[in-house]
Design a protein around this ligand. Structure first.
Ligand code: FAD
Ligand code: SF4
Length: 326
């Protein structure tokens, strides 16, 4: 049985207290929400904080406020189950509820939060293993080793951004609010992710994610399609989020974001170019899907044969865009 290492556990009641404790803990501190990602990682000794600070008792992080007219604000500690069931999210942002429903299992969704999902560690077949397994291959670049087993000549880690909500939040243009002892800042979700499996977030470790701000629902629609082995539960090995704005039957703006194939979500700008200025018809959808196929470059570090996952980028983009035709 894998056991957790010893650590100090803090349960602050205010944001000010949480960021103060996190600031004082320095490099050995880490926030935890539902713990469905962090605690397994600690058991495998991939992450070994000595001071763990819960964000579950911070009232501001547990609220959902406003609606689609003005834009919805979702606290970072809202659970995935609440996202799946919330009437306003289902009415105004069905794509968010749909993507959340595909995440892991009902039990894990009861514990897992939207904030933890957006800040998930990157994943790789050579990394998501217990300590002894990783020791058996002399570890790897991401933790304790000096070679990448996926691309041995590479100085970069290619572990994969594997969240279902990340491509959706990037596609719809969500904003993220962070707090620390230095104050607050708000960034676009698209600006958070870095294309490096080790240093995967443009965020200081002491910054607390406070909430996610969804844009007003003024004339856009979005959809999400997920590829995984088991329908009951599994991480995405490809996720396609599509977002379009239309006016008088023509697409005026579009974003296609691929998740689950690289250390950060991948925007397919060529797909947007194929769609903008025209009706959302089959020819345009085929051209956008071809652009996604060309740009998708999955590696051999998650489930399924990677060449097949590349083929699926075309199919899943077709499905995501056809969902928006009705
Ligand atoms: C069996 C299994 C299957 C899974 N399947 C999927 C899946 O299909 N799709 C998917 O997307 N995910 C999946 N997950 C991953 C995970 O369950 C979810 O992503 C979940 O939403 C993580 O949320 P959490 O609150 O448990 O995060 P935690 O484990 O608490 O935290 C995750 C990370 O976020 C940081 N963090 C959390 N909250 C904050 C905050 N407010 N501010 C700053 N940092 C913070 C933590 O320090 C940690 O680094 C799966 C996990 C398991 C164990
Ligand atoms: S991509 Fe390479 S360095 Fe990164 S986790 Fe996998 S094997 Fe390790």
């Amino acid at each position: 049985m894998m056991r957790l290492p010893k650590f100090e556990y803090h349960v602050p009641q205010t944001i000010a207290e949480a960021v103060r404790i996190r600031g004082e803990a320095g490099p050995v501190g880490q926030f935890v929400a539902g713990g469905t990602d962090l605690y397994p990682n600690m058991k495998r000794r991939q992450q070994t904080p000595l001071s763990v600070i819960s964000v579950m008792r911070l009232p501001e992080l547990n609220r959902i406020t406003n609606d689609g007219k003005s834009g919805l604000r979702i606290g970072a500690s809202v659970t995935l189950t609440e996202i799946c069931e919330h009437p306003i999210i289902n009415r105004d942002y069905p794509v968010v509820a749909k993507a959340a429903r595909t995440i892991s299992t009902p039990l894990l969704r009861n514990m897992g939060t939207v904030g933890g999902n957006l800040l998930l560690d990157t994943r790789c077949n050579y990394y998501d293993q217990n300590y002894e397994w990783r020791k058996g291959i002399n570890f790897c670049l991401k933790k304790d080793g000096d070679v990448c087993w996926v691309a041995p000549g590479s100085s970069k880690c290619w572990a994969v951004q594997s969240s279902d909500l990340v491509p959706v939040m990037v596609a719809i243009g969500a904003k993220l609010r962070f707090a620390s002892t230095l104050g607050e800042r708000v960034i676009d979700a698209s600006g958070l992710y870095n294309d490096d499996g080790i240093d995967y977030l443009h965020k200081r470790p002491d910054e607390l994610l406070v909430d996610i701000q969804l844009p007003p629902t003024n004339g856009w629609r979005a959809s999400y399609q997920k590829l995984r082995r088991r329908g009951a539960f599994d991480f995405p090995v490809l996720g396609v989020a599509s977002w379009i704005k239309t006016d008088n039957g023509a697409v005026t703006d579009a974003r296609i974001i691929l998740g689950g194939i690289a250390p950060s979500p991948v925007e397919i700008k060529e797909a947007a170019i194929a769609l903008i200025g025209k009706p959302l018809a089959e020819d345009q959808i085929q051209a956008a899907a071809e652009a996604a196929y060309i740009k998708a470059r999955p590696l051999d570090n998650t489930d399924f044969v990677y060449q097949w996952r590349k083929q699926m980028a075309r199919q899943y983009t077709l499905r995501a865009l056809r969902d928006l035709q009705t």
